[in-house]
Structure formats: structure tokens, C-alpha cells
Design a protein around this ligand. Sequence first.
Ligand SMILES: *Cc1c(COP(=O)(O)O)cnc(C)c1O
Ligand SMILES: [Zn+2]
Length: 411
Amino acid sequence: MGYVSGLKCRECGREYPVDPIYVCEFCFGPLEVVYDYKRIKKVLTRKSIEKRPKSLWRYKELLPIDGEPRVGLKSGFTPLVKADNLAKELGVKELYVKDDTVAHPTLSFKDRVVAVALTKAKEFGFDTVACASTGNLAHSVSAHGAKAGFKRFVFIPATLEPSKIVASLVYEPNLVAVDGNYDEVNRLCSEIANKYKWAFVNINIRPFYAEGSKTHGFEIIEQLDWKAPDNVVVPCASGSLLTKVWKSFKEFKEIGILKELETKVFAAQATGCSPISTAIKQGVDVIRPVKPNTIAKSLAIGNPADGFYAAQVVKETGGYGEDVSDDEIIEGIKLLAKTEGIFAETAGGVTIATAKKLIEQGRIGRNETTVVCITGNGLKTQEALAGRTAEVHHIKPNMDAFEDVLKKIGR
Ligand SMILES: *Cc1c(COP(=O)(O)O)cnc(C)c1O
Ligand SMILES: [Zn+2]
């Protein structure tokens, strides 16, 4: 038996049994997984965690499954890199990169949420899984779903980067490219989810799926030697990851693993799709939907399902929200690559450039400890860098030609 006591509406508090449902029948609020922390506290300790295999399942009591993990047994436990070169460049004392560019198996943090969602889909007895995706979720549902033996339907906006499309197709899902943006894809998928009995990981399985994001946060705490950072900068699409990183920190406090928790949570977005950071900057509670126009396609959700809750977490913790232009995103990608040797996708560029801005604004203290969440791999969005990288030295195969190059670069 697991440690979940049920589902609960985040708005009116009404309780529901554990089922593939996601909205409150009474107030349409989103449903959230509730745990029995008193029981978890007795079994989940630093010691018990440290003895387990290095995967996201080492925190399984705080994940919404009843039995043993069944999907993504090698997912999670990505490196937390002490980013001294980048820290120096940005003028801060202590900076860490939580590096999900090397997530298993599809190189983005979505491998976490899908591992949990598909384990739950198996427990519910589904044979078909599906998703509405901005790209990375498509990869992860396609790959994890293949290994786990599910039939797969994956829906994406037709304008996605060509390399992101190939990286889904290779796993042979049923890939459906919809003429429309993510918000339109998502609306269609909600209709399909009502009609067909499939496990839509980010629709009817969403409460369980979203819990997988907590493992990104659990790992940050463990890898900081069981301490919480002063600041964490989280990229936002629907806003779910941000709320769950915060939930993970609070849960570790609740079960006694963390002694102190005073972390400020910061939201990072692209200016071309910044409904969450805009609401935070304007100090309003209402998230006004936008039409996305940015190279950060993995974050391009104009009507973010968890936007309100993400903004609340930022406010409650004393953080802030900022957004950056497409040019700043490219500069952010390049800065991380040349200082830390980590190639992030556009979402990573958003996080780095936003962190830089927040440091310059004095909202992130230069003597504090900051973690930046890097959520996807740059090999997936190479198109974004076309014409924006350093140049190749193209030569004839002889020594003179090579030494001309040395002269040119002044060596
Ligand atoms: C999905 C995604 C996010 C965040 O998504 P949320 O919907 O806010 O949880 C961040 N980075 C990348 C690369 C993603 O694919
Ligand atoms: Zn309700």
C-alpha cells in the first residue's frame, strides 16, 4: 500500500478517492494529491533514502503510487553541478545548476513526470497513454511508453522544431501534429480525453503526473547535503514544475528531513510568452492569457493551468518573476555552455538569462546560494542557434592552411 490518502480540490478542499480525475465537480478547481505524512515520516529519512538506488524512485513514499515503481526505473538523480565559472561571470558567490539536460531516457525533466504518470496509468489498468505536448513531453511519453508497452498517442503543435518531431517519431508513437498553438492542442486533447478511455498524462492523470516534478526538488535538497538553497530559479510553462519544487521543499520540512526552509522561489519566462512573470511584476492575481511568440517553444503555454498557483508561491516565498527576450535566451544558452560546458535548450537559456537579470536587479543576493533549474538538452533545439554560434575554421588538408588559422586567431 502507498501513502496517498486521496485527492483534494485546491480551491474548495473537497476530497476525492484516487481515480484518473483532475477537476473538482463542484468548483472546477484542480485536484491535488494528499499524503499521510505521519506514516511517511516513520519510513522516509535521510538514511533510508541514501541507501537506495540513485533514481527518482528513492523518494517513492512521497510519490502517488500504490505498489512498486514500474516505469522509468533509471530516471532522475541528475547532477547538481557547482557552477563556479558561471558564478564568477554573474558575480555571485555560490551557484548551482540542477542539470536535467542529461535526464534518462529523453534528456529533459519530463522524464520524471512521465515515469510517475505511466506507473500510475499501469496501476489504473490503462493500455493507451497520450499527451498534449510542447515537445519534450512528446519525447518522454513516446520513449517511456515504448519501454513500458503502452499504445501511445502524442499531440503537438505543427510548428514544432523539426528535430523535436524526429525525436518523437523514432519511438513510433501515433504522432498527431495539430494546426494550432499549444493551447489549442490542449483544448482538443481535453475533448479527446473525455471521449476515449486513455491515460492523458497531463490531463486526466495530471494530479499524479505533476507530482513527479517534486523529485527535481527533492534531489536539489539532497545534493546540497540536505539543505535548502536561499534562491531557486525555475522556468515556467504551465507553472506546474515551480509549484512542485516548492511542494517538495515543504514536504521535506514537514517530515523532518529539512530543519530550515527560507528559500525564495523565482519564476523565469520568455518575454514572448510571459503570462506568469507579467502578473507577478504587475502585482495582480489574475493570469491574463497571451498568444505565444518565442523561440522557447517548450515554455510556450499562453494560458498556463498552474499559473495562478505558481505566482502565489513566488509571492508567498518573497521571490519574483522575470522574463527575457529571444536574444537574451540565446546569450543565456551560450553563457552556460562556455562557462560550465552544459548545452541547454531554449528553456535553459530562459533560466540563465532570467537569473542574470535578477542578480543585476539585486533581487538575488550576491552572497547567497542559488540553484538554477536547467530542464532540457540543447541538442533538441539546435535550430534556435543557427547563425548565432562561433564560426568553423574550414581549411584545405595541409599545414600552411592550418597555420593561417592560428595566425588569424592570434596564436
Ligand atoms: C515542460 C517544461 C518545463 C516546465 O513545465 P511546467 O508546465 O511549467 O511544469 C520546463 N522546461 C522544459 C524544458 C520543459 O519541457
Ligand atoms: Zn472544488
